[in-house]
Design a protein around this ligand. Structure first.
Ligand SMILES: *Cc1c(COP(=O)(O)O)cnc(C)c1O
Length: 385
């Protein structure tokens, strides 16, 4: 395939290497070693330590959230966000079939059922029109709450900002307000992405970021609950730290809670990574622009940022002309040492979610057949001579 040859050349030239090129590798070129060894020397490696608060402050300032609470991973942050938004056992939570499995696992672990609604072709994220269509046909409002015709309460809608492309948050918000449903954003992939100049994850009372090894910045493992107000932040902090009531030596816990707090050693990495985030985002957007120009007039269509959005381009994506083309593309690029990948298998095709209720998933199915992700790591800055 001529297209694969040209892509391999572009990617090898961009990263300046003939070695294997992963989809998204972390970089540690700043103060990472200094800050981590600082935690070792101080012995404050666990969740008491200055870096945790410092990292939370930095993310809070960057995103403009009301508060930010660091957790052991993104899944834990999402679990906390959904729990605090009031999802209970027996409820329905509406989300995407096109997402990473963690989104649905957190719903199921709360005893709720995921309900799958289609994504937009443009944003790859939850479609407000499909949501409205489904709710108008399958729900009713009683006592200020939304109920599915099957009898279960529809507690929340959880859009996921796929590959860092923001969902249409204003339209989703409008539908959810009208149907008395809370919104929780799975912003795991979208640190550095803005919708109408507002950072993703700040449109709702609670949302979640991830700092897994393959995300825009990493803390090894880690996540963050973004909260709408400082008071909600206090709730998130309490519930992620075993609901322990502060005391010099007594152990008293005033409610059922989680032990989800991020250790200081991970937060040290986070502080160093945050210092480099603006440069990483610039670097990633430059790569996206390079891909966009390269695939102009190609049979492969580059997935650009949606209208009204400023994307972090966490993972760049292309649409292939057919499923057969996609399979050949994946095979050839991977054997040339360039990692490429199809999108996740749709959630309703997995054994644990195959009986979950759903609306039409035309766009999700199209993307599952046609989309591929291509290398998207931050590239080493060219040396300035
Ligand atoms: C990365 C990710 C998460 C959280 O993953 P962790 O590995 O637990 O940090 C959740 N949802 C989506 C969509 C993700 O991509």
């Amino acid at each position: 395939m001529e297209e694969v040859k040209k892509l391999v050349e572009l990617v090898r030239n961009h990263y300046g290497t003939n070695d294997f090129i992963p989809l998204h590798a972390p970089r540690f070129n700043g103060n990472e070693k200094r800050y981590v060894s600082d935690t070792l020397e101080s012995t404050f490696v666990s969740s008491v330590g200055a870096y945790v608060g410092e990292f939370e402050d930095q993310v809070c300032t960057f995103t403009g959230a009301g508060a930010a609470v660091a957790t052991v991973n993104g899944t834990a942050a999402l679990h906390t966000a959904l729990f605090l938004s009031g999802v209970k056992s027996g409820d329905i939570v509406i989300t995407q079939a096109l997402t990473f499995v963690a989104t649905c696992n957190t719903i199921a672990h709360l005893g709720a059922t995921p309900l799958f609604i289609d994504v937009c072709r443009e944003s790859l994220s939850l479609c407000p029109i499909a949501l409205e269509d489904y709710l108008s046909a399958h729900s009713e409002i009683r006592d200020g709450q939304c109920y599915h015709t099957c009898g279960a309460r529809i507690a929340s809608v959880m859009p996921m900002h796929t590959f860092g492309h923001p969902a249409k948050m204003d339209a989703l918000k409008e539908v959810c307000e009208r149907y008395h449903i809370t919104l929780v954003e799975d912003a795991a992939e979208s640190l550095g992405s803005f919708y109408k100049n507002q950072h993703t994850g700040t449109f709702t009372d609670f949302s979640a970021l991830s700092f897994n090894g393959n995300k825009v910045i990493t803390t090894g493992g880690g996540g963050m609950v973004l909260c709408g107000t400082p008071e909600l932040g206090q709730r998130a902090k309490h519930i992620t730290t075993t609901a322990k009531v502060a005391h010099a030596y007594e152990f008293y816990h005033d409610e059922l809670a989680f032990n989800y707090r991020m250790p200081n050693i991970n937060a040290a990495l986070g502080c160093a990574q945050m210092e480099q985030l603006p440069a990483y985002l610039k670097n990633k957007r430059r790569l996206a622009a390079t891909y966009k120009a390269h695939f102009n007039n190609s049979e492969l269509v580059f997935v650009d940022e949606p209208q009204d959005a400023h994307s972090n381009f966490w993972l760049n994506a292309l649409l292939c002309p057919s499923r057969q083309y996609r399979d050949a593309f994946l095979k050839q690029s991977n054997s040339a040492g360039i990692m490429t990948r199809p999108v996740w298998q749709l959630m309703h095709t997995l054994p644990m979610f195959n009986s979950a209720p759903r609306g039409p998933l035309t766009n999700s199915e199209f993307l599952a057949d046609h989309l591929v992700n291509i290398p998207s790591s931050v590239a080493p800055e060219k040396e300035v001579r």
